[in-house]
Design a protein around this ligand. Sequence first.
Ligand SMILES: [Zn+2]
Ligand SMILES: [Zn+2]
Length: 148
Amino acid sequence: MKQQTGRCQCGKIKYSLREDKVISGHHCHCKDCQRTTGSGKATILFIAKKYIDLKGQLKFFESKGTSGSNVRRGFCPNCGSGVLSYSKQLSHILFLKAGTLDDSSWVKIDSNFFTKSANNWDDVDKSIKCFDANPGFMFGLKTLFKSF
Ligand SMILES: [Zn+2]
Ligand SMILES: [Zn+2]
């Protein structure tokens, strides 16, 4: 089992995780991800909380997701880097921001979320599965199952 590491820009938040426990990878083009990243999309990895060893105290901002869930986005209170987020209703699965990894060359992206709000200056990768909004119930079940 390979350990991977990552951190926020200033280094107050650091983490390591088990690479083989990453469930899936996604580009999320939703408007909230665009705002919080200041970019065209967020690229996130799904992983169960128990497989990430996090050092440092994240600050969280909570907002309502389109499906009614409470999304909590964690960022470094010192440098503001977004590190991870999760849904309050599914709190044992974390959505880790792939760009915070020290080495992300091993990352595989499975699908795109919210292609309906993608910008024409940040093209959707059509070679992988696309969801026009949230990936839906069956997808959630699969993720839940794989997280144990
Ligand atoms: Zn920081
Ligand atoms: Zn999003």
